[in-house]
Design a binder for this molecule. Structure first.
Ligand SMILES: Nc1ncnc2c1ncn2[C@@H]1O[C@H](COP(=O)(O)OP(=O)(O)O)[C@@H](O)[C@H]1O
Ligand SMILES: [Mg+2]
Length: 97
């Protein structure tokens, strides 16, 4: 279990259908860092954020948030994760609180 807050992505691959959006992407973000995702429209920026938020599941690879592999988290752990550890402001939807 890591005590430092971090997001660690290893060999992440994702496609909605046949077309692969990303293949074997790896990076890590540590607490306090600003991390910018840049790319043209349709390149997969929103999809990457949905993956990091556990709203969709990777086809391949791992996403470890604060020491927990979110693909292996129980429903209770995911509820806690979504409630306390991640925030996302959607581009296309209203913010409800
Ligand atoms: N739910 C979906 N089903 C199928 N294809 C999708 C879906 N959402 C996005 N896409 C496609 O995946 C690609 C990446 O989309 P997106 O992550 O929204 O890109 P960005 O945020 O960088 O503009 C685009 O080609 C988009 O049309
Ligand atoms: Mg987008």
């Amino acid at each position: 279990m890591h005590h430092e807050k971090s997001i660690v992505v290893s060999n992440l691959s994702f496609s909605y259908d046949q077309e692969q959006l990303f293949r074997q992407v790896s990076f890590s973000i540590n607490e306090g860092e600003w991390f910018t995702i840049m790319g043209k429209s349709g390149s997969g920026k929103s999809t990457l954020l949905f993956l990091l938020s556990s709203l969709i599941d990777p086809k391949e690879g791992e996403i470890i948030v604060n020491g927990t592999n979110i693909a292996c988290a129980t429903r209770k752990e995911l509820n806690n994760f979504r409630l306390n550890q991640i925030g996302i402001m959607f581009q296309d939807y209203s913010f409800l609180h």
